[in-house]
Design a binder for this molecule. Structure first.
Ligand code: IFM
Length: 485
């Protein structure tokens, strides 16, 4: 934490603007993903996913943590549904583990796997909670990775087949669908930096994976439209403002490259039906790269969606590698490891503003950046409905001697970002809902269990759940459909 002690910082992020009331019908929710919470990785015919394989490799995750047990949600389903009911948020977004449905990523459905999600959806509906289904949150069946994973075009057809199975099984009870969660992470953390499964480091493969993921989105969209004509379908992107450290041309060029990789590489094909020219040129020397694009693909990718899911945590500031010294002289701090520089061969260096508070992930807290990115989507891409499908923060929570978890920083973070949502609404953006990441502390990928994002503390050895102070705060917020003044 920079810029003061945390209890002084927390209120600073809680901006004091407006009445704090949300539009009627605003959808309040929380979100999780299968591998991060379910555990029971061998149960009822589930096959291995790339995250099972990856997390068991030495040094791949902090402390050697895996999702083998995670929050044990698979076996504690009913209790977790009761917890959601107690929270009172009207929606819950979860992901389906593809390897539970098709253990090897192809072939007939595993009915036991489908039954788990049928029970989950029925349990939500019985508690008057709207189910929102994510079809893919990073847990590709290992057999498909062995056949080339997202670098292979065949995976697109497999994803369409899997989507059809799920849509036929749940289509009469689920109306809101997210095809992919954060395809940028699947492509660039999975195939370029190797920080995520499958742990590959090859920029040409990451570019090809980007295209096949987007094509899989388009293919799934068609399947969903054909199978459930009334479905509301979107995709969840981790987009964020990227800023140059200075007005210098080199910093601005670095900023444009990072923006191209993180934002435009996804928004442009989805909403404009083309990849950005500068990114095509940037990756032209990397095979197979965007050479995998075939005639008609961009039409498939850019078919209209019903909403865009915005997953937002933090903005990023970058400088050119040649201007590190100037950035430091201007007061920026340069973290190690330097994420953006390693991602996507972008020739850029991430810098941090020392005066801005950060979460336990080291991510800068700037709620106004959420308003900014949503206004940008609205102004530059499309006026379609937006949902904030992920927003939240990891902090250094702990259970006090009295058994309470007073996560004031998280409340400050969420309050500030919800005010930023209201600012976007005030600026004319059609924001329909907001999902906190996450309702439970869970397996934070390469960070293992060291980062807690939950409204609920999970004691991992015993599985006990303890709602944090932010749980009660969110309960009041959704009940009032408004923030406290
Ligand atoms: O935990 C992740 C989630 O799986 C995807 N979005 C970001 C979260 C926090 O890092």
């Amino acid at each position: 934490m920079v810029g003061g002690r945390y209890w002084e910082d927390a209120p600073i992020v809680a901006l004091q603007r407006g009445s704090g009331a949300f539009p009627d019908g605003f959808l309040w929710g929380t979100k999780t993903s299968a591998y991060q919470i379910e555990g029971s990785v061998d149960a009822d015919g589930r096959g291995p996913s790339i995250w099972d394989t990856f997390s068991h490799q030495t040094g791949a995750t902090r402390n050697g943590d895996t999702g083998d047990v995670a929050c044990d949600h698979y076996r504690r389903l009913d209790d977790d549904l009761d917890l959601l009911a107690r929270l009172g948020a009207g929606a819950y977004c979860f992901s389906i583990a593809w390897p539970r449905i098709q253990p090897t990523g192809t072939g007939p459905a595993n009915e036991s796997g489908l039954d788990f999600y049928r029970r989950l959806v029925d349990g939500l509906l019985r508690r008057s909670i709207v189910p929102v289904v994510t079809l893919y949150h990073w847990d590709l069946p290992q057999s498909l990775e062995d056949a080339g994973g997202w670098v292979s075009r065949d995976t697109v057809g497999r994803f369409a087949e899997y989507t059809r199975i799920v849509a036929e099984a749940l289509g009469d009870t689920v109306s809101t669908w997210i095809t992919l969660n954060e395809p940028w992470c699947s492509a660039w953390l999975g195939y370029a930096t190797g920080e995520h499964a499958p742990g590959i480091r090859d920029h040409g493969k990451a570019a090809a994976a980007t295209h096949h993921l987007l094509l899989a989105h388009g293919a799934a969209l068609q399947v969903l439209r054909a199978t459930i004509p009334s479905a509301q379908v979107g995709i969840g992107l981790n987009i964020q403002p990227i800023r140059p450290a200075s007005d210098h041309d080199d910093d601005r060029a670095a900023c444009r490259r990072v923006d191209g990789n993180l934002n435009r590489l996804y928004l442009d094909p989805l909403f404009k039906g083309r990849y950005p020219d500068d990114m095509l040129e940037h990756y032209s020397g990397h095979a197979p790269g965007f050479d995998v694009v075939a005639a008609g693909d961009l039409e498939t990718i850019s078919r209209p969606i019903d909403f865009l899911g915005v997953n937002f945590y933090s903005p990023t500031t970058v400088c050119a590698p040649t201007r590190r010294a100037e950035a430091q002289a201007a007061g920026f701090w340069i973290p190690e490891p330097d994420h953006r520089a390693r991602v996507g061969d972008l020739n850029a260096v991430q810098v941090l503003r020392p005066e801005v508070s950060r979460t336990q992930m080291g991510w800068e807290i700037e709620p106004g950046a959420l308003t900014e990115i949503m206004v940008r989507v609205h102004d530059e891409y499309a006026t379609l409905p937006l949902y904030v499908t992920e927003n939240g923060a990891a902090f250094d929570d702990y259970v006090g001697p009295d058994g309470e978890i007073r996560d004031a920083e998280r409340i400050g973070y969420l309050d500030g970002h919800l005010r930023a949502v209201l600012d976007a609404v005030g600026a004319g953006v059609d924001v329909r809902g907001y999902f906190v990441w996450s309702v439970l502390d869970n397996f934070e990928w390469a960070h293992g269990y060291s980062k807690r994002f939950g409204l609920t503390w999970v004691d991992f050895p015993s599985g006990e759940r303890i709602p944090k102070a932010s749980f009660a705060w969110y309960q009041r917020t959704v009940r009032d459909n408004a923030l406290e003044p």
